[in-house]
Design a protein around this ligand. Structure first.
Ligand SMILES: Nc1nc2c(ncn2[C@@H]2O[C@H](COP(=O)(O)OP(=O)(O)OP(=O)(O)O)[C@@H](O)[C@H]2O)c(=O)[nH]1
Ligand SMILES: [Mg+2]
Length: 459
């Protein structure tokens, strides 16, 4: 257990009705009580109760703020250490002054995620629950929040524990076979063991991998990149989808020179929309740089919105872009239908075939709902959030699950070919390690650091 006491402002920057300074560690209550003057005499401060009073600088005797203070005694606290929360008024300056006093009396400024890291290291939550905390804090859609909240409750943790148990049982058997080689036939029945591995381990793990495919976009979001030649209406569409004037729109081709990025909620999926510089054959160095970036960014995008203008004939630039996007997850967005004729649209679809397409008028707000549905269908592969399974692993879990599946399949194959028990044990341990990465039992220090760095300070 860490022996120092950490402190941070737990509420976001900016002014708020209230703000919270949080302290955790062995000295938390000693430090807080040295600063807190209760409004009326209390003989002792009880755990998990609110006390009304003020924070006073012990050196100058100056009152800093009127506060509510709660002491949560270990182990019944967020970190399982003594935790104190001071609810003050929410000015950055006032909270900063309180934090300063806490640090002066021996507290140390908490690193990002350090409170949650302590909760994990002290065994109150597993790593998947700690990750869920960041997601709950950062959730951008109610759907994403729901999935994170289930993980926070421990649903994934329990599922992984349940899958780990039969592997552990089998490992015990295999190790017994190693110790008593003459009884190996009585201990390991290969057919039965293989069946159990498939039914209790590989099956459920593969199911979790399917759940990842079905639900991860709700938690991790997806990038949608709008590309097309200059002046087709990319920035107009961006603004329309965001319902605000975010990108500059003009009739001059080459208006957008850089990426404009903003997140929008499409059917519960947090979608990072990226408006880009028009792609065309040019000698202009600035434009060429923009175009090169666009092509690079396209590789990271979950879906490409390839936009053309139906009021003018297609040209080589459109066809060049088509040839780049045709084998990707892309939607052909035919814009300016208020100006074009229906024959024009037909001709475009004939020439740029193979992509799902939608006709819109970004200017007159036509076809935008249809476009959103088309995008939603491309990124979610299926019906809607109602069909998403309750446990959805994240990409880190997915990699670990795959590791466990590969090892478990090696066990099944080894049972079939009569692999020595020593080698079966290695694969079984490998499978357990994969699962251990998810819950944080076998996770390396590096990975832990990376995970907790994603937190904000004060969580
Ligand atoms: N009639 C009509 N005009 C449109 C529509 N969408 C965009 N425009 C106009 O087309 C012009 C170019 O629009 P932008 O949104 O700036 O196009 P862009 O693709 O971002 O252009 P660049 O940034 O230069 O590549 C502007 O004058 C828009 O008002 C539409 O649906 N109908
Ligand atoms: Mg633009």
């Amino acid at each position: 257990m860490d022996s120092d006491t950490i402190a941070a402002i737990a509420t976001p920057p900016g002014a708020g009705g209230i703000g919270v300074v949080k302290i955790s560690g062995p000295e938390a209550s000693t430090i807080a009580l040295a600063l807190f003057h209760p409004s009326k005499d209390v003989s002792s401060i009880g755990s998990h109760r609110f006390y009304y009073g003020s924070i006073v600088d012990p050196e100058s005797g100056k009152v800093l703020d009127e506060v509510l203070m709660t002491v949560m005694k270990a182990p019944n606290s967020y970190t399982r250490e003594d935790v104190v929360e001071i609810q003050a008024h929410g000015s950055r300056c006032g909270l900063g002054a309180i934090l300063e006093l806490v640090l002066k009396r021996g507290g140390r400024l908490a690193e990002p995620g350090e409170f949650t890291k302590r909760a994990f290291l002290n065994g109150r939550i597993d790593l998947s629950q700690a990750e869920a905390v960041i997601e709950v804090v950062n959730a951008q859609t109610t759907e994403g929040l729901e999935l994170a909240a289930r993980q926070l409750k421990g649903d994934l943790f329990q599922a992984i524990q349940a899958i780990g148990r039969p592997i552990e049982t089998m490992l015990v058997e295999v190790e017994a076979a190693i110790d008593f080689p003459e009884e190996v036939e009585d201990i390991i029945r290969p057919g039965d063991c293989a069946r159990r591995m498939r039914r209790d381990v590989i099956g459920p793990l593969e199911e979790l991998l399917e759940h990842y495919d079905e639900g991860h976009v709700y938690r991790e979001g997806v990038a949608a990149i709008i590309i097309g030649r200059p002046n087709v209406g990319k920035s107009s569409l961006m603004n329309r989808l965001l319902q605000k004037e975010r990108s500059i729109v003009t009739g001059v081709p080459g208006t957008t020179r850089d990426f404009i990025e903003e997140t929008v909620n499409i059917g519960g999926v947090p979608m990072r929309l990226i408006d880009t510089a028009g792609v065309h054959d040019t000698e202009d160095a600035l434009e060429m740089a923009g175009i090169r970036f666009t092509m690079e960014r396209m590789d990271d995008a979950g879906v490409v919105l390839f936009m053309v203008d139906c009021s003018v004939p297609l040209n080589d630039d459109d066809v060049d872009i088509y040839n780049v996007v045709r084998n990707r997850e892309a939607i052909l967005v035919i814009n300016k239908i208020d100006l074009g004729d229906e024959g024009g649209v037909g001709g475009i679809v004939d020439r740029l075939k193979g992509l799902p397409w939608v006709e819109i008028s970004a200017l007159y707000n036509k076809g935008i709902e249809e476009l959103k549905s088309a995008v939603f269908r491309v990124v979610t592969y299926q019906g809607g959030f109602g069909d998403v399974p309750s446990i959805v692993p994240n990409v880190r879990h997915k990699v670990a699950i795959e590791r466990a599946v590969v090892a478990s399949k090696r066990v099944v194959a080894g049972l079939g070919t009569g692999l020595p028990a020593e080698l079966l044990a290695i694969d079984l341990k490998e499978a357990l390690e994969g699962l251990g990465e998810i819950v944080g039992e076998t996770t390396t220090e590096d990975v832990l650091d990376k995970i907790f760095k994603r937190f904000c300070v004060g969580k």
